[in-house]
Design a protein around this ligand. Structure first.
Ligand code: ATP
Ligand code: MG
Length: 414
């Protein structure tokens, strides 16, 4: 079916007044950012957006709109005037082309144009017999729970006719909720966590702890490739990653800390650094991909011992998620195949045989004393952190750039 327009809905927000206005304008900007290369004429009304479809495929539009947080739903629509015969003709054409099976069905009219001579119900009663006698598929009318609904919306400027409401990602536009840091590893969880936090309106800056050359450069490449996907959800299609050189700290921990505590102490160091960076960058919270119980570092005792070192709020969007649900989202956002590339980062390489599941704060503090100038090392890592700006089409192949991160960064930022 060749549709005329895409009708975009922001949703029934509880927000009122100024908030609603900010919300709609941020969502509109996200839409514009995602379709700007398509050059589609856009019409904005107080509660909707209409895009005039030219020869762009539905699949392309769908993929673009499914990156916009704050967008509630959208429909591909036929557009006509108020003439009943025209409306009936289009309804018949639409149903005959789009519905192939015998299904339950209803017609629903919404008359937003109050000067129109018929009410919604009167209009449905008038057109239903005219439509039903001309349609080919055998449809059973079911007004309570139909499989297919033919929507007819009569508005002042035109009548819109469609069959499907495609669910958008919903939530709030990225940015409306303020800025937070994201602990971004190359694993499956943290990109999904990022997506959920952005969808809830947070603007995120990634923090990645890289231990090259102790860990492979490919583990950093994963983070870059994941960031290219996350960039698609941001207002400027840019995702910032603060790359923390973590190798020295990592090495000191592996050398000086008893095996069962290495992961705990490493994570305490990560949070200390993340808090300092967040404060410098004006990020009000730290988002992680942790959930309760997944691994030794995510028992309640571990979470307590680890977050003992910081005061900044830690947000864990995946707290109650099942792994399979996380995997499903990661496939949808296109990060799964990157995350499963078999390269280890500092949290997964040299994992002790028996990490403690019940670390105590007292022991953590005692063991940290085994590392000379631990706090200086932390300060140094913060100071040497570099900001990488990643865009969806960034062409960064670290394996071509040698194995020194410093060189890689310099050559990318020349
Ligand atoms: P993920 O799949 O996101 O790596 P995970 O289940 O492997 O998570 P952990 O390795 O224990 O779990 O990491 C828990 C969280 O800590 C990650 O989701 C991420 O937020 C953060 N994290 C771990 N390693 C790093 C790293 N090298 N750089 C930045 N953040 C990290
Ligand atoms: Mg991990």
């Amino acid at each position: 079916m060749k549709y005329d327009q895409v009708l975009i809905r922001f949703g029934d927000l509880m927000l009122k007044g100024k908030n609603r206005h900010t919300f709609i304008s941020l969502t509109t900007n996200l839409i514009k950012q995602n379709i700007k290369d398509l050059n589609l004429p856009m019409l904005k009304t107080h509660d909707r957006i209409y895009l005039k479809l030219q020869d762009i495929s539905q699949e392309v539009i769908k993929e673009r709109l499914l990156r916009v947080s704050g967008l509630n739903s959208f429909s591909f629509v036929k557009v006509t005037n108020h003439d009943i015969n025209n409306i009936v003709d289009i309804c018949v054409e639409l149903v005959n082309e789009e519905i192939k099976e015998e299904v339950t069905f209803k017609i629903e009219t919404k008359r937003a144009y109050k000067q129109y001579p018929l009410t919604s119900l009167e209009f449905t009663k008038e057109v239903a017999p005219l439509i039903l006698k001309r349609i080919k598929p055998k449809l059973t009318i079911d007004v309570k729970n139909p499989k297919e609904t033919l929507y007819i919306e009569i508005r002042e400027e035109a009548t819109y006719i469609y069959l499907k409401k495609i669910k958008g990602i919903g939530g709030f536009p990225v940015g409306v909720g303020g800025k937070a840091s994201l602990l971004l590893s190359g694993g499956i969880d943290s990109p999904v966590s990022a997506y959920l936090a952005m969808k809830q309106g947070l603007y995120l800056e990634g923090i990645h702890f890289e231990s090259t050359p102790m860990t492979s450069i490919e583990s950093v490449q994963k983070v870059i490739d994941i960031s290219k996907k996350l960039a698609l959800y941001t207002p400027k299609h840019e995702f910032l990653v603060l790359m923390v050189p973590f190798m020295k700290i990592h090495k000191e921990i592996l050398t000086n800390i008893p095996d069962s505590y290495t992961i705990t102490i490493m994570r305490r160091a990560m949070f200390k650094i993340a808090e300092k960076i967040s404060n410098e960058r004006g990020a009000l919270a730290v988002v992680t991909g942790e959930s309760v119980g997944q691994v030794a570092s995510q028992t309640l005792e571990s979470i307590r011992a680890i977050t003992d070192v910081v005061r900044i709020p830690i947000l864990r969007p995946l707290l109650t998620y099942d792994k399979q649900d996380i995997i499903d989202i990661s496939r949808n956002i296109g990060t799964y195949n990157i995350s499963i590339r078999p390269f280890e980062d500092c949290c997964s390489i040299y994992v002790p045989v028996a990490p403690t599941t019940k670390p105590t704060i007292k022991r953590c503090r005692q063991y940290e004393g085994y590392i000379k100038d631990f706090d200086c090392l932390i300060e140094e890592a913060v100071k040497e952190t570099k900001i990488w700006v990643i865009k969806p089409d960034s062409n960064i192949d670290l394996s071509l750039l040698g194995f020194e991160m410093k060189e890689a960064w310099e050559s990318i930022n020349k």
